[in-house]
Design a protein around this ligand. Sequence first.
Ligand code: SF4
Length: 359
Amino acid sequence: MRSDVIPHLAVDTIVHTRVPPVVREHLEASERERLRAEIKSLLIANNAVLVAHYYTDPELQTLADESGGYVSDSLDMARFGHEHPASTLVVAGVRFMGETAKILNPEKRVLMPDLKADCSLDLGCPADAFNAFCDAHPDRTVVVYANTSAAVKARADWMVTSGIALDVVRHLHAQGEKIIWAPDRYLGDYIRTETGADMLLWNGACIVHEEFKGVELKILREQHPEARVLVHPESPPSVIEQADYVGSTTGLINEVKSHPAREFIVATDKGIFHKMQLAAPGKHLIPAPTAGRSATCKSCAECPWMAMNGLRSLREVLASGANEILVPEDIAVRARRPIKRLLDFAAAQKRVVMSNNDA
Ligand code: SF4
């Protein structure tokens, strides 16, 4: 990591004290079936559609697929919600995903199973501190990752996703622009290395991807010499440098599906294994290591906030209308601009950016 990552240890410390344990919902088969049936009825009664992230519990992903909803990455979830005729979007994911859905679909009601479902990247980039940082560097173009609050997006010139970040930064670099990048320092460092752009990095991290370990990955690769190593770019450089493929969640799934290899070591949240296995049955998927023999992992490749989404809370919000996502109009108007800029850029490149995002 280069020395021009901003020192922001205070934020890092605050984030790590707010990481909850991973608590998954455990249901008896009879209750699970009852909830699944009730949720399907409530979705119809509310003219609602369920959109779920790849990292949520397979139970929710299956329900989204079965009920005519959708499973994908954050911006693609918002695109699907925008194009779907339902008047209510139920977003199973983390809060910035609900906000992005609301920003792009202001006329729709957006509900989430649990409003405490945060993200360490969002938590680690509070709007006040970020605004002050931008104010101190007025000569730089502000590029933020999708995993940010609406208020932070409102300050940005561009929003990017992991699938198109390299193209956007290359474009800006070619225009001679200097960049502020936020919030993921690892993704920022990867993009800076690949593009050579002048980037000042905010010091945020995903607490899930940050735990993948380069030394242990090397040992695992020696045990599985035929395995292809797939890495999400929110991982540390020692992990990224061992990758055969670096890409977004959608990119990683496509790689497993299309590459002839039979065995893959995967460095991202374990929730993605559900869709990977469906896309490529018969292929062997191995989780990348998060800790060595003498260490402990905190998230252990499972996002604690994604795990907050469960069938009980999903049924509850559909029945009560609770947990609606609201974004103040003045912030939504400003946050929509960097998102639209990304979409226009992708359209000009004739690319389908919506299916290349992460989070
Ligand atoms: S996996 Fe990481 S980036 Fe994704 S929601 Fe969880 S903390 Fe945020």
